[in-house]
Design a protein around this ligand. Sequence first.
Ligand SMILES: Cc1cc2nc3c(=O)[nH]c(=O)nc-3n(C[C@H](O)[C@H](O)[C@H](O)COP(=O)(O)OP(=O)(O)OC[C@H]3O[C@@H](n4cnc5c(N)ncnc54)[C@H](O)[C@@H]3O)c2cc1C
Length: 492
Amino acid sequence: MTRRGPHAVVIGAGFGGIAAALRLRALGYRVTLCEALDQPGGRARVFSQDGFTFDAGPTVITAPHLFHELFALFGQRLEDHVELMPVDPFYRIQFHTGEEFDFVGDEERLLEQVRRFNPADVDGYRMLAEKARRIFAVGFEQLADQPFDRASTMLRVLPAMARLESWRTVYGLVAQHIKDERLRQVFSFEPLLVGGNPFRTTSIYLLIHWLERRWGVHYARGGTGALVRALVQLAEAQGVHVQLNAPVERITVTEGRVTGVVVGDGPTTRTIDADVVVANADPTTVYRTMLSPRARPLATRRPVRQSMGLFVAYFGTSVQHPQTAHHTILLGPRYRGLLEDIFRRRVLAEDHSLYVHAPTRSDPSMAPAGHDAFYVLSPVPNLRGSTRWNEAARPYFDALLETMERRLLPGLRGSLVTSRLMTPEDFRTTLRSADGAAFGPEPTLTQSAWFRYHNRSSVGGLYFVGAGTHPGAGVPGVLSSAKLLERVVPAV
Ligand SMILES: Cc1cc2nc3c(=O)[nH]c(=O)nc-3n(C[C@H](O)[C@H](O)[C@H](O)COP(=O)(O)OP(=O)(O)OC[C@H]3O[C@@H](n4cnc5c(N)ncnc54)[C@H](O)[C@@H]3O)c2cc1C
């Protein structure tokens, strides 16, 4: 690392933190990236177990140009480091009745699927897709990398948001155009991918639908972990000082400006001076625990409603299931009622809707020869609910195995050779997420844009990237949050 230039410390090596480190380095900062865990990636870290490779979190890679940009900052090409492969169908959605809908990018093939379910909804889908395209043009192309730390920015976009009917919910907007309840579910579930309840989240999040159609759904050969590794290698080659096992416990502030961070607790504590601190850690945790009460801005003391939790089980089988799609969504018998249980009543329901990831469909290297690797993800209440995960996790996994065996993976329980579980408790303890939430603050209208934690804090020199800040969770969101740093950090 060069000795010149101001010093930036980035707290956390999730996708947002790694991308922030790269962008700050390209701007001329000296950069230290401190990660509490023993590997980078955060939610996108990797579990290697019994010859299987499990991506812990993101598997649906969209908006690949945001990754290309990070390599281009240093005159390099992503494709020289990682292969991104298109996935088709994007998702196979299976209803509890056994009917299947293949969600694909190609409009004609997609319309064919709609027609198969309800011919009368074909025109409605066309109108809905056009709305999604218009929302995307504003919500993603114009606003995702704009800092919303001034009320004036919010006021400027209000007319456009009103024209796009942002007061409606995603489900509300979908239901305006689509009559068939099954298709309404198909076209409204996507906010769940970023922690939003389709019945509560603003219709702005319909932009995810167009984002997927516009750039496709991809898989990185070797898993999402291959992308993390490539980005960290790029960062290190460019002189970013990456420190693993380096938990930042405090951010030091003098006269309203950051001066550095304190790493570790007890005898191994050390301080690192910084001109700029960029937190990729959960902003609720940062403001509550890492700043002295005097330094904490008043505006960050209001209550925040955190997104849902996730229960994720990673497992391997000694046989293969070639009939499965790479991404399958198994919808349960209830939709609205189940979401009410998760988001509002915060109880662990007996029925479930699941996402099953089968990376070996695209990439056999993720499991030993002849085996299959999977993960199953179930949206569950965050820790504001009363579920005791140390008791509930195993029976819950057993229930999911039964559902998957019955609906998707015949003979599953007899062929299981490895498994590991992750519950909201792990999100709280390992990733330091408030309420064990999987996606930071819930993306509702009143917790988005200016109402979300600002990328530029009112504490001088403190910035935020990642799921908890604008524009929000999901890999494209967190990469965009790092991109907008360029507009808010001081020039070198
Ligand atoms: C199971 C799951 C599946 C998902 N699937 C998808 C998907 O398919 N597609 C998609 O686009 N999105 C998906 N998401 C959402 C997406 O993964 C996240 O929104 C995104 O990866 C979050 O990135 P981030 O930059 O906010 O950082 P995080 O991944 O949250 O990482 C933050 C990092 O900060 C570190 N940290 C925290 N506190 C400290 C501290 N005090 N000191 C040092 N380090 C600290 C943590 O250890 C962690 O490594 C999924 C999420 C989950 C959980």
